[in-house]
Design a protein around this ligand. Sequence first.
Ligand SMILES: C[S@@+](CC[C@H](N)C(=O)[O-])C[C@H]1O[C@@H](n2cnc3c(N)ncnc32)[C@H](O)[C@@H]1O
Length: 267
Amino acid sequence: MNPETAAGVFTAARSEFAAWSGRLWRPLGEILAAVARPRPGERVLDACCGTGASAIPAARAVGPDGAVDAIDVAEGLLDEGRREAAALGLGNLRFTAADVLTWPHDGYDVVQSAFGVFFFPDMDAGSRRLAGLLKPGGRFAVSTWRADGMSRIVPIGRAAALPDRPELEDAPPRPNHSARVDTADKLAGWLSSIGLRDVEVREVAYVQPLHPEDAWTFYLGSSMRGFVSGLSAEALDRVRARFFDGLREAGLDTLDAGALIGVGRRP
Ligand SMILES: C[S@@+](CC[C@H](N)C(=O)[O-])C[C@H]1O[C@@H](n2cnc3c(N)ncnc32)[C@H](O)[C@@H]1O
């Protein structure tokens, strides 16, 4: 997804994205930060920060002598993060609307990204660039989705949209970067391939009940929203009905948000 598309989709998704914070983004962001383990006084770059799910725990961890730069292209999500950071009195956390692939600052102790790197048009080049913003010895930590979890719902969402968005059929296939990093071995191999050392990958099992209405909120609050952007309210109702049918046919009444967290060091 190019950065302009991501900015449009995720800014429009703002309220539905936020609706899933408590059940999804926030707990998994907390876990990413727990594995990346920023220490008091460290400088952290949180790439593709959304509403700050991993940036906020990082800011708590680095304390007043540290600093966190949280970057996302979707301005709408940053507003939510800014509000929460202010309420928590986290003056060491700065949210900036930008394409993180052009972020000009470096010298970080930790660069972390929760469910972000697979949106980069070139996941390898983009991630190498981010890892290059670390000090030597600094930690690069990313979370990705485990195979056969989150990836099950997206084809159902796409199929539901197709009759009203036939052009999706002709859209050139987007490289599925997520599938390149969806097992512990693949993620470890990929982190090594972009030049990191001492790579470790941790698995997080996370399955939860999924009511169809909540699944629809998730649809509108995730990258699936791109399937329906620009559709009329009537068309959206049709997509929603087909999505519910698709979930029922697939027997999908849980959301498997199983994740992988990989960490490596810049040599
Ligand atoms: C699935 S969301 C995850 C957000 C957040 N890290 C979390 O876990 O809650 C992916 C985010 O990546 C952002 N994104 C994608 N490409 C980006 C880029 N090149 N620069 C900055 N943000 C980007 C999107 O705007 C979106 O907010």
